[in-house]
Ligand binder design. Structure first.
Ligand code: ADP
Length: 171
């Protein structure tokens, strides 16, 4: 069975991520989507919220499994007999960052391979950071994220507004 892992913060999942997963699901028999607890970045959505958003966004893809990941991707791969990592590439800037991660993962797990899928041109400018910023400042991101995320972002904006925590200038 051809298995692969697609790991990321998914804070939140965007249509760019979904597109990579849809195309990967035609290549692999089983894909584990690992939602990572990021130790460096403060996330907007909790790990549980992100997992739920990813599950809802991928609803009808039955060869995907969504899991929370607190440790190293390579440890998870070893424990679950996975040797392939899927990553998405939008730009040359992604390439530099992604090649570092790839070399690191290869050092940690020499038998692993990373395969890159080029982002769909319509999503090359889409990042989780970008959609969060636009949404919290009142921008319409509904064509860039799954519906569950659009709803989640607007709820989050309302909560932050009510608590007086929206950045200055936000609507
Ligand atoms: P990380 O916290 O590791 O940056 P992300 O959730 O942002 O995790 O991204 C996970 C993967 O998805 C990375 O390989 C990233 O390059 C890719 N990716 C992010 N946005 C897009 C997009 N719009 N189109 C295609 N791939 C993307």
């Amino acid at each position: 069975m051809r298995k692969a892992i697609y790991a990321g913060s998914f804070d939140p999942i965007t249509n760019g991520h979904v597109d990579i997963l849809l195309r990967s699901s035609q290549i692999f028999d089983r894909i584990v989507v690992a939602v990572v607890r990021n130790v460096h970045k403060q996330s907007l959505f909790s790990l549980e919220e992100r997992v739920e958003q990813v599950r809802t966004s991928l609803g009808n893809l039955d060869n995907m499994e969504v899991v929370c990941l607190e440790g190293l991707v390579t440890d998870y791969m070893r424990d679950h007999d996975i040797k392939t990592i899927i990553r998405g590439l939008r730009s040359i800037t992604d390439f530099e960052y992604e090649s570092q991660i790839t070399f690191f993962n290869q050092r940690l797990m020499p038998e692993s391979n990373t395969i890159f899928m080029m982002a769909d041109p319509q999503y090359t400018f889409v990042s989780s950071t970008g959609v969060k910023e636009a949404a919290l400042f009142g921008g319409d991101v509904s064509s860039l994220v799954p519906q569950v995320v659009a709803v989640g972002l607007s709820t989050k904006a309302q909560e932050l507004r009510a608590a007086g925590l929206l950045p200055p200038g936000a609507k």
